[in-house]
Design a protein around this ligand. Structure first.
Ligand SMILES: CC(C)(COP(=O)(O)OP(=O)(O)OC[C@H]1O[C@@H](n2cnc3c(N)ncnc32)[C@H](O)[C@@H]1OP(=O)(O)O)[C@@H](O)C(=O)NCCC(=O)NCCS
Length: 300
């Protein structure tokens, strides 16, 4: 089981994400070793929302060490971490078509919660000419597009950037029912991360009001990811979302990127429509699984 949106597991990236983790957050890993070689690992991590008390579990075993009980034992250890912390919900993730991992989770009481599509554009093949009018049209309606790097990097502006992210994230299907993380947690994970580039935080602005965000970050050499594209509800249907995606593609190209990837919930009709129009190609996606341990305390 791997995780989406993850930087390649280099020593540098792992150290960086350790440094940015919320202090005192439960995050535990176990490894299985053969001699001094790590052949399997698991992790159990508290999801950064206050409620429900959710833990993400991941288990991976090198192919030649499978079917020897390592995965089951590591899973048991990971689950125990969650149980000891009074987990209300466990989440796990499997790659589309990975029937073996699916059966592993089904036997442990998980059901599929949602499916995340992965999509990609090979940047050298992207032809912007059919979309040229869109940016011009949106701009002529008075909307300006300004990267965050053009604003002063002040606490006030960082909070404004947080506000537009938090506002649009609420409407992302499935994850939208979660409370968005507090500013300090978000800021630590964003501004200090290897993928963050203030030029890739592209704002749509009406007068002085920030009304949309297209955030793009580089996750691996040449591989950029659309982290989030969102437009305030009252500004939707004016092709601002489409314009933000186009600018994201332009940004990735300007950085010498080879690919730009996107991940969308299967029921996010608006975003899937935009991606289809732009020519993003479907890739194998991810199933998200959940298991409820007990009724969350805030539910009657
Ligand atoms: C997704 C989102 C950014 C779209 O922004 P938007 O500015 O309203 O979208 P646009 O006006 O640019 O739409 C572009 C095209 O998609 C089509 N489209 C938009 N919503 C659609 C829907 N619900 N169903 C089908 N097509 C849709 C439009 O018809 C338009 O096509 P056209 O150019 O041929 O007319 C916006 O709905 C949003 O902020 N959602 C919440 C955040 C979110 O879920 N982000 C994606 C997470 S990965």
């Amino acid at each position: 089981m791997r995780f989406t949106h993850s930087l390649p597991a280099t020593e540098e990236n792992l150290a960086s994400s350790e440094a940015r983790r919320k202090p005192r957050t439960v995050f535990k890993r176990y490894v299985a070793v053969d001699g001094d070689v790590v052949v399997a690992y698991c992790k159990c991590e508290r999801w950064p929302v206050h409620e429900p008390v959710r833990f993400i579990i991941g288990v991976a075993v090198e192919p030649e060490y499978r079917h020897q009980g390592l995965g089951a034992e590591l899973y048991r250890l990971a689950e125990e971490v969650g149980f000891n912390e009074e987990a209300e919900q466990l989440w796990a993730q499997t790659a589309e078509h990975d029937k073996e991992s699916e059966a592993f989770l089904e036997r442990r009481g998980y059901t599929i919660n949602f499916f995340l599509r992965s999509l990609t554009i090979v940047l050298k093949d992207f032809d912007a000419s059919p979309f040229e009018d869109i940016l011009a049209e949106v701009k002529s309606s008075g909307i300006r597009f300004i990267p965050f790097c053009d604003f002063e990097d002040s606490e006030e502006n960082r909070r404004r950037l947080y506000d537009i992210h938090a506002t649009v994230e609420r409407d992302v299907p499935n994850l939208g029912e979660d409370h968005f993380e507090p500013f300090n947690d978000w800021a630590r994970k964003t501004f200090d991360s290897p993928w963050y580039d203030a030029a890739g935080q592209i704002l749509a602005v009406d007068g002085d009001r920030w009304i949309g965000i297209g955030a793009v970050g580089q996750f691996a050499q040449g591989i950029h990811l659309n982290m989030i594209t969102g437009v305030l509800r009252e500004y939707r249907g004016r092709r601002i979302g489409m314009a933000l995606k186009l600018l994201g593609i332009e940004f990735a190209k300007s950085k010498g990127g080879t690919e730009i990837q996107s991940q969308n919930h299967e029921n996010n009709a608006a975003m899937l429509a935009i991606n289809q129009k732009l020519g993003y190609r479907l890739q194998p996606g991810w199933n998200f699984w959940h298991r409820t341990i007990k009724q969350p305390s805030h539910v009657e």
